[in-house]
Design a protein around this ligand. Structure first.
Ligand SMILES: [Zn+2]
Length: 68
């Protein structure tokens, strides 16, 4: 994935998703994150978006900022 501002390769730092809870395991609640996309950061010091976050959605589209 490339930074749309400088073309530098974005660094994948994390992923995000929705928390799922298996409610029938009531005695031992189990939860997991259903992954929706990856979180990236631009590592190019000369870039306007240096250390700013980007993320992809489940279709691989790139957006600015951190996913809510
Ligand atoms: Zn950049």
């Amino acid at each position: 994935m490339e930074c749309p501002y400088c073309g530098y390769e974005l660094k994948c730092t994390d992923y995000y998703g929705k928390r799922q809870i298996a409610e029938h395991y009531w005695s031992y609640p189990q939860s997991w994150i259903e992954k929706e996309g990856d979180i990236f950061k631009c590592d190019n010091e000369g870039c306007d978006m240096y250390q700013e976050s980007f993320y992809t959605d489940s279709r691989g589209e790139l957006y600015e900022r951190y996913p809510c």
